[in-house]
Write a protein that binds this ligand. Structure first.
Ligand SMILES: Nc1ncnc2c1ncn2[C@@H]1O[C@H](COP(=O)(O)OP(=O)(O)O)[C@@H](O)[C@H]1O
Ligand SMILES: [Mg+2]
Length: 329
């Protein structure tokens, strides 16, 4: 069983969307998949149309030290679709962050609980909370791989650096190696900033970035309310195409994975500095757009006050006018 954690301490970078759709698509390709919701916000649980308050046993019962490992993972699994099971979450799970403090072996609770699933499932995908606490460390300890969604914002990139520190710590302290790969999400090809950052991410992270890029797609946003994975919500959307491609890339495992060392950590940090520079480019781009808008407004405002004089000016600055406007004069 391959265990993949989806983590980044930044909220809203596409972790849950990736967890739900990757799991569903892998299941659709005939893999037996367990989706583990390790976030007390229970977005993955709700995203599959389940109401956390209505559920019986949840991830809380698995991870809370009070249960001392007595609740087996199989007891909480809900069958969602063919080949897809969910280990659901609820708000109660947030208590575990405190309960685990100071408990011996606290970082390995999930790893131990998932042991008995070995051999019965092909993949486990763990959706992490947007923080680096015991829940996230447990997920990384249980995982062989971590997918780090990056929405190309600076917060998201900082999340990478923090996560790499934990990956490194797990290797140092527990001898547990997690392979990390970045996944670009919510990519908007129209801005120069996005294209530049994408180029830089590829340059920096090299083989540790998925070839697949998840583009910004409104249909993915809509799936949240529909309670359906994109494969059932809209198979013609680019969101479906992108996540299908990701599932293929995960299945074929085309890339060697080896982050988790100081070198990669240093690369991530360097990269953040560079990204600051790129952000300036983005700000400049925005400024130019505002300036253009302003100029357009000035010419048009002027036109309505002094139509004949404006006509003369317009000849000199045709780009400042919306198409077809000059026909009025
Ligand atoms: N590729 C995408 N295009 C458009 N919206 C997206 C995309 N990925 C995620 N979203 C939306 O962005 C919001 C945050 O995504 P989510 O997966 O919940 O992030 P996280 O789990 O990291 O907090 C959600 O409303 C989700 O529907
Ligand atoms: Mg989430």
């Amino acid at each position: 069983m391959k265990v993949i954690a989806i983590a980044n301490q930044k909220g809203g970078c596409g972790k849950t969307t990736t967890a739900i759709n990757l799991s569903s698509l892998l299941a659709g390709k005939g893999q037996k998949v367990v989706l583990v919701d390790a976030d007390p916000q229970a977005h993955a649980t709700m995203g599959l149309n389940l109401v956390p308050g209505d559920l019986g046993k949840t991830m809380f019962d698995i991870l809370s030290p009070s249960n001392n490992g007595n609740v087996p993972m199989t007891e909480i699994l809900l069958s969602i679709r063919d080949n897809l099971w969910l280990a659901p979450s609820s708000a109660r799970l947030s208590a575990v962050e405190q309960e685990l403090a100071g408990v011996e072996g606290r970082e390995s609770k999930l790893y131990r609980a998932m042991g008995p699933l070995e051999g019965n499932y092909d993949y486990a995908v763990i959706d992490c909370p947007p923080s680096i606490g015991h829940l996230c460390v447990n997920a990384l300890r249980a995982a062989q791989e971590v997918i780090i969604p990056i929405d190309l914002s600076l917060f998201s990139l900082r999340g990478v650096s923090k996560l790499m520190e934990i990956v490194f710590m797990l290797k140092e302290r527990l001898g547990h190696e997690v392979k990390a790969r970045a996944l670009i999400t919510m990519f908007d090809n129209r801005t120069k900033y996005s294209r530049l950052v994408l180029e830089k991410v590829r340059e920096r992270f090299g083989e540790n970035v998925f070839d697949t890029v998840i583009r910004y797609n409104i249909r993915l946003r809509e799936t949240v309310d529909s309670g359906l994975p994109i494969s059932e919500y809209d198979r013609r959307s680019i969101g479906y195409k992108d996540y299908d491609r990701l599932a293929e890339e995960v299945l074929t495992g085309t890339r060697p994975l080896s982050v988790g060392d100081q070198e990669a950590l240093a690369a991530a940090e360097d990269f953040i500095e560079e990204a600051e520079g790129l952000r300036k480019v983005a700000m400049q781009e925005e400024e130019e757009a505002v300036h253009e808008e302003l100029e357009r407004f000035q010419v048009q405002g002027f036109k309505s006050l002094y139509p004949s004089m404006a006509e003369a000016l317009v000849v000199n600055s045709p780009s400042a006018l919306a198409e077809g406007d000059d026909e009025e004069y």
